[in-house]
Design a protein around this ligand. Structure first.
Ligand SMILES: NC(=O)c1ccc[n+]([C@@H]2O[C@H](COP(=O)([O-])OP(=O)(O)OC[C@H]3O[C@@H](n4cnc5c(N)ncnc54)[C@H](OP(=O)(O)O)[C@@H]3O)[C@@H](O)[C@H]2O)c1
Length: 292
């Protein structure tokens, strides 16, 4: 079976490719950041223009679409570009995949919700409050219309390629003995990238269809940073609280976009709510990286 992963040079794309490589023939598409992954064929393709080539050349049985502008503030500043990549390219790629008979999985985000309530389930109606969230929701709707599945994740952290993530910044600063500031009044469900890969491996083997929230437990940024300090055996007092209003983001942030992972826990048998489990894997990976 052939699985195509777009955005293989992102943190979730990379870990998903590694997790699937033992079982399937994996094709990973990157754009600006070439990447080598043992057992994976990586190919340069810009999804805005190369989507048909990707599908027609490789005829994937499964497409996991993760390529996007994931930077929330960049989306707010570059509306056209964000729409072209996150919506138009997604529509073109996924429609071509549908015509070719591929099963579709779309990686989405907690930011499709407004954050007024928190602990959103898969059945709750989305209502994005920033442009990134809107574009991801529009692409979700394309995926859903084509009979595809949606996997929502949040506040991804871990090692590997892609943009720097909050969890990693916190771990690296604390290991250097530096202070970190962390927001006390913004909550979501930080998710370790390797767990996203593990989840996709299970979802594909069970031919999952529908929407699923594959996320960690509800934490504020401050609680998350404290947990990293605790499980890494570092100085918790270096974590300093700030408020959401202290940070001048370009795009509005949902206050509490935490997601309920009840359905995913039942289905996948992964201890998603155990932050100690995820942080012990993360710690090992950071240590391994330091020694290579
Ligand atoms: N970061 C989070 O906390 C978070 C939370 C929920 C969902 N997500 C989702 O996770 C996915 C990865 O995002 P990220 O946040 O990890 O950001 P990222 O590191 O910037 O990754 C973006 C990925 O999309 C690819 N890409 C961008 N424009 C492309 C284009 N025109 N053609 C082909 N590929 C293109 C990039 O490839 P190159 O780097 O090779 O150009 C990269 O692999 C996105 O779907 C995002 O919505 C992220």
């Amino acid at each position: 079976m052939i699985v195509l992963i777009t955005g293989v040079s992102s943190s979730p794309g990379y870990k998903t490719a590694i997790s699937l490589a033992n079982r399937y023939e994996v094709i990973g598409a990157y754009n600006e950041h070439p990447i080598n992954i043992p057992g994976v064929t990586t190919v340069k393709a810009n999804v805005t223009r190369d989507y048909a080539r990707l599908i027609n050349d490789y005829r994937p049985d499964v497409v996991i679409h993760m390529a996007a502008i994931g930077n929330v503030d960049q989306c707010e500043e570059q509306l056209e570009l964000c729409y072209e990549i996150n919506v138009v390219a997604s529509r073109n790629l996924l429609t071509t995949a549908y015509r070719s008979g591929s099963a579709i999985y779309y990686l989405s985000t907690d930011y499709v919700f407004d954050g007024e309530r928190g602990m959103y389930t898969e059945d709750d109606p989305p209502r994005p409050i920033n442009y990134y969230g809107l574009t991801k929701l529009l692409a979700e709707e394309v995926a859903r219309t084509l009979g595809g599945s949606i996997v929502r994740v949040a506040w991804i952290y871990g090692t590997g390629p892609g943009r720097q993530n909050f969890g990693r910044t916190v771990a690296e600063k604390l290991m250097r003995g530096e202070e970190v500031t962390a927001i006390i009044d913004q909550w979501s469900s930080p998710t370790l990238n390797i767990i996203i890969g593990e989840a996709f491996e299970k979802l594909i083997s069970m031919k999952f269809t529908g929407i699923l929230h594959v996320v960690g437990p509800r934490l504020s940024r401050f609680e998350f940073a404290k947990a990293i300090a605790k499980y890494f055996g570092l100085n918790e007092s270096l974590v300093k609280p700030i408020r959401l209003s202290d940070v001048k983001y370009k795009a509005k942030r949902p206050r509490d976009s935490s997601l309920s992972n009840k359905r995913a826990m039942e289905l996948l048998g992964i201890p998603l709510n155990d932050i100690g489990y995820a942080l012990s894997i993360f710690k090992k990976e950071i240590e391994m990286e330091k020694h290579t």
